[in-house]
Write a protein that binds this ligand. Sequence first.
Ligand code: IMP
Length: 182
Amino acid sequence: MDRVKVNGKFFKKQIDREAIKKEIKRLAAEIDRDMAGSNPLVICVMTGAMFFAADLLREVSTECEITSVRLKSYEGTGSTGHVSIGGMLKRSEIEGRNLLIVEDIVDTGLSLSSFVSELEESAPASIRIAALLSKPDARKYRVKTDYLAFEIPNLFVVGYGLDYDGYGRGLKEIYILDDNQL
Ligand code: IMP
């Protein structure tokens, strides 16, 4: 499907399945190269990163512990400007650990920069970030992505975990808002 309707809006295909698979293999190899033997604690940011994390972590060979948190900063197709963290980890779970955050998309950077500051308070040994997508033109807060699959234009996307108000997550590929809504 090259064009889909999600929650009343039209989106067109931007990134196909093969491109996603290829980038995930590349990122997994980089993670293995950098993190093998460091007993990483992987923090999957729900709900958007669910499919990305599931595919990425099955390609990674490094033995790692996997957990999740929920971050929410978006409503509809825009950022609300504040972040709520659900299911935050305890200090004893973070202290001295090598963390790998797995996130769907870095937009303004607010969610990840707030989350990283929060984690730093618990003295992890290191923090790395793996992100599926980044919109560099939307950035307002500094975020260092160590493993990034794709840069995209500053337009709203859905699919492969990303949603428009809860809809569209299950699409196998990534779709971008169509300029033509007819
Ligand atoms: P940030 O805090 O502005 O960087 O936004 C990050 C969060 O906003 C992501 O984890 C997504 O949940 C959501 N988000 C940002 N851009 C999009 C988009 O284009 N489609 C769907 N969700 C998005």
